[in-house]
Structures are given as C-alpha cells and as structure tokens.
Design a protein around this ligand. Structure first.
Ligand SMILES: [Zn+2]
Length: 276
C-alpha cells in the first residue's frame, strides 16, 4: 500500500478519495495522529492524515509531528501539502483569504523539531547532528501548484507572506498580535511548525496552504477571536479548499520529474539513520 503525495489536514478530506484503504502505521517516534487514509485522486496515489486525529482530539502542542511526517514518508510519500487554519495579521487578510506563505517564524515552545537529536532509534542506529537549510522553508514547485490550483477555482490567493506559528492552544493576546503584525508577518497559526522543518529533514517537499478564519486580536477592534468564529469560517470554505487541494495534488510533478532542491536537503550530510 503505497502513496506518492501526502495531505495533512482536516478529516473532511479523505472521504472523497476513490478506493480508500485505512492504514495503521507505527514509527520509531510512536504513533502518528491517526491512521493514514490511502486512495486515488486524479490518478495519483494520495495518503491523507488527519492532523488532529479523527474527532479532533489532539491539540496543536500534542500532535506527534515527527511520527506524522515519518509515517507519510514510510509509505512512499515525497511531496506533502499542509493546509491549516490561521488568523490574519493585516486587515486586508480577512476571513476567507487563502495565503500560500513563503516564510515561517517559529514562536512555539515545547515541540521536538528534529529527527537528528542523537537519541538511538529502536533499531540501534543513532542519528548524527545534522543542520538542514530552512532559508526557504517551502517547496517552490508545490507553492506554484497550490497557487495555480487556487486561481483555477477563482480564488485569488495571496502569493507569499510569513506564517508565524505560536504554541497555542490559546489564541494570542492583543499585545502579542500587535507585535506579530508590527514585524511584518502575515498570518498566525499553531500547526505549521515543526511540520515544515521535519519534512525538510526527511527530504520531502512541503507546501503550506493557509486559510484565514478570523482577524487576529490586534488586527480587529472587536472582542477577539472565538473558537466558534473559526469553525464557522472554516466550514464555509471547506468545500472550496478541498477543491483547491485536489487540483494542487493533480498539479504536482511525478516523482521522476521532481527536480526542486527539497529532495537533496541532506546533500552530503550523513544522517546516521536510514530514512524510511
Ligand atoms: Zn520540493
């Protein structure tokens, strides 16, 4: 049971695949958020992974990001799309905005963000110290496919911008939000990190698609963000986002034509462990 493309997102997505098989995968880092749902979409083999688990029981800080990316790679995935809900940090990035970021700022606090921490794997191998480049955290080819897919669905996306990832699960204070905006950052979320860096360490292409569900506390003048607001905007846009994701999947290159630098991210560095 193999797949070439992975999608880490809401559980509303995998029910639309053809011939779906539920696949339980274990990893040296423990269990991923849920089973992988592997099926066919536009002639491509796709593995969906519900980021928060079925029923959304895992908060952002308790997601086993290492297990999630490892599990995807272990079934053959080499390109990953990671849609997520975010808050807009500028008034022009209001609810319903689709922004495909090209930069990332990590403001998380407790998350393990590397496979190369010197801790032996169950097979006895020991990862070396490896420093990957994350200067450009997202795959340029995947970003292009996502932008093209959005435009094809008449959803003018914001091309580029900075996603700042906070620890959560609480939303930002007004002061934090004003500060994030003052840095020139675009949107704020809770799950975009460490997905991008772990994908890079596994030489996977990773593309983030952010859907703005609310204006963050410092960018609006009302009562601040509520969970209900976020869910409402997400529900109103979920069909559209799914269509964009499906088109983006279809627009990704075949593995034999993958020529971005993501595939050589470890270039020359000796990881000390065998990537799955
Ligand atoms: Zn790439």
């Amino acid at each position: 049971m193999r797949a070439e493309i992975g999608v880490i997102g809401g559980s509303g997505f995998y029910s639309f695949l053809d011939n779906v098989t539920e696949l339980q995968v274990d990893t040296p880092y423990g269990a991923p958020s849920d089973s992988l749902f592997v099926g066919e979409l536009a002639g491509r083999r796709v593995a969906f992974l519900p980021r928060h688990g079925r029923g959304h029981h895992l908060p952002p800080h308790r997601i086993n990001y290492r297990a999630n990316l490892w599990a995807l790679r272990s079934v053959g995935v080499r390109q990953v799309l990671g849609p997520c809900a975010v808050g807009g940090l500028r008034p022009e990035f209001g609810p319903g905005t689709l922004l495909v970021p090209d930069q990332l700022v990590d403001r998380t606090k407790t998350r393990t963000q590397t496979y190369f921490d010197g801790v032996p794997l169950p097979d006895g191998s020991i990862p070396n110290v490896v420093h990957v480049s994350l200067a450009d955290p997202y795959c340029p080819v995947g970003r292009g496919a996502a932008l093209k897919a959005a435009r094809g669905r008449e959803w003018e996306p914001v091309d580029g911008g900075t996603l700042v990832v906070i620890e959560g699960p609480r939303f930002s204070t007004r002061a934090e939000s004003v500060w994030h905006a003052a840095q020139g950052w675009s949107v704020v979320g809770m799950t975009g990190h460490p997905e991008a860096v772990l994908a890079r360490e596994l030489e996977l292409c990773y593309t983030s698609l952010t859907l703005v569900t609310d204006l963050d506390a410092g960018a609006e003048s009302g009562e601040g963000v509520s969970h209900e607001e976020v869910l409402q905007v997400f529900a109103a846009n979920v069909d559209r986002l799914r269509a964009v994701l499906f088109d983006a999947v279809a627009g990704l290159p075949a593995e034999s034509e993958r020529d971005c630098s993501c595939a050589g991210a470890l270039g020359g560095m000796e990881p000390g462990i065998r990537l799955p």
